[in-house]
Write a protein of this length. Sequence first.
Length: 173
Amino acid sequence: MKQFFYTLVFLLFAGPLVGQTQLDWSSHGQDNYGIKAPAEWTFDNSGLMGTKFLLMSPLVDSTDDFSENINLIVQDVSESSLSVEQFALFSLELVKKMVNDVEVVKSELEKNDGMEHYHVEYTGQQGEYKLHWVQYLYLNEGKAYILTGVARQETSDQYVGILNKIMSTFSFK
């Protein structure tokens, strides 16, 4: 669980670092999973800060200093007997200790193409930014897949929909 705590810290601090048709999207695959994203989003699978990948939106203009993003962290949880619901609730309790002014927007179990995951959305203050986080938490073959999208609160109306659309394309091979 200590490693999970450090991973969660990364996810919270990684945030500060539109509409398209599916035809304008690129597929990205690795290991046993894949995801699709708008072609103009940058895909980085270099392992930056322990991520399996990082997807970043293009900056809108020269005054834009925040790239909305999605990252994936994978952790071995084979020694744990937590359900996906228990894992999500544990994660959310850690978030509440590390993010200022947390407000949970959504927290529920969902299925996407038959894959069960826990969908959590919350807002809060991280450093100088007021952010909106979207997380999809999966348990698969003894591993936790923590897919996290981040947008600024003031532009979340523009980006949360596309974050969810991208994240809903995540699948296991």
